[in-house]
Design a binder for this molecule. Structure first.
Ligand SMILES: O=c1ccn([C@@H]2O[C@H](COP(=O)(O)O)[C@@H](O)[C@H]2O)c(=O)[nH]1
Length: 294
């Protein structure tokens, strides 16, 4: 399966559906922390990051369906880091892996459009299959990347309730959505994404998702994990499993009805196996995630 040139007829949600059916829901994070590079016997340089990323791609290829490079680690090395990231992304996509660039971009609409072009435009050097974005400047500010994602068969994951504890105060804060309703910030973002997805109702899984951490009690964020959705399932990129403490056996309990399109994202808990144990760790984790949520 190659996803190098997605036909516009095939949305990101459709490709996600295929990846789920074939490989399950594990997303292997490509997070070349300095300590991991050391443990792997690699230099903390662009060349070391490139080698690290390519080894993860190798281990994930044919076993897991999705990888998520954490852009921050590559940016540390400036232009050489970006060149390494380009190679890692290209190798992953050529191997048939879906690539979610964890770039967490956001800005006013005219600038965020360029971020979308960087990560989602077919033919761009950093072309990925999906990217993470921030709605701090309003979900409406993301209109251009949303349009591009739709026309190019790409995906977006909007930060809604993140796994880090420091975010709770802002994300649980109440906002007035209209003259009759109030909602938490997290819930308001999820509702806007859901509305967007209802206009793309032809796929089983939508192309625009949200980031909701597995470390949270979602009821405290006002997030509905009980009602069944009528439209396409909203993909939920779910960090917080593994090193941050959440267990995949609890996924159903954490996400409730949202579980049907949860992507279990794990980085350090898999990468910590080191280069010799990595392939086995990816296989084992893929299996555990399959057993827990299919
Ligand atoms: O809410 C969020 C959003 C993104 N992340 C990112 O996911 C990985 C998690 O790494 P682990 O080693 O599995 O903890 C990392 O790249 C974070 O920046 C997140 O953790 N929480």
């Amino acid at each position: 399966m190659s996803n190098a040139a997605p036909s516009p007829a095939m949305s990101f949600g459709d490709r996600l559906t295929q990846a789920f059916a074939r490989y399950g829901r594990l997303c292997v994070g490509i997070d070349p922390h300095a300590y991991l590079l050391r443990e792997w016997g690699l230099e903390d340089s662009a060349a070391g990051l490139r080698e690290f990323g390519l080894r993860v791609v190798d281990a994930a290829s044919g076993v897991a369906g999705i990888v998520k490079p954490q852009v921050a680690f590559f940016e540390r090395h400036g232009s050489a880091g970006y060149a390494a990231l380009e190679d890692v992304i290209a190798a992953a996509r050529a191997a048939g892996l879906l690539v979610i660039a964890d770039a967490k971009r956001g800005d006013i609409g005219t600038s965020v459009e360029a971020y979308g072009q960087t990560w989602l435009e077919p033919g761009s050097p950093l072309e990925s299959d999906a990217m993470t974005v921030s709605a701090f400047q309003g979900v409406g500010s993301l209109a251009k990347p949303l349009d591009l994602a739709r026309s190019a068969g790409k995906g977006l994951f909007v930060l809604a309730a993140t796994s880090n504890p420091e975010a709770a105060a802002i994300q649980k804060a109440t906002v007035r959505v209209d003259s009759t309703r109030e909602s938490t910030v997290a819930r308001a973002i999820i509702d806007e994404v859901t509305t967007w997805n209802h206009t793309e109702a032809r796929s089983a899984i939508a192309s625009v998702g949200v980031v909701i951490g597995a470390t949270l009690d979602l009821t405290e964020f006002g997030i509905d994990t009980v009602s069944g959705s009528t439209g396409p399932a909203m993909p939920v990129l779910a960090p917080g499993f593994g090193q941050q403490g959440a267990r995949v056996t609890q996924a159903q309990e954490i996400y409730g009805t949202l579980t049907r399109a949860v992507i279990v994202s794990e980085s350090r808990s898999v990468l910590g196996a080191g280069p010799s144990g990595l392939a086995e760790a990816v296989e084992r984790r893929t299996q555990e995630v399959r057993e827990a949520i299919g």
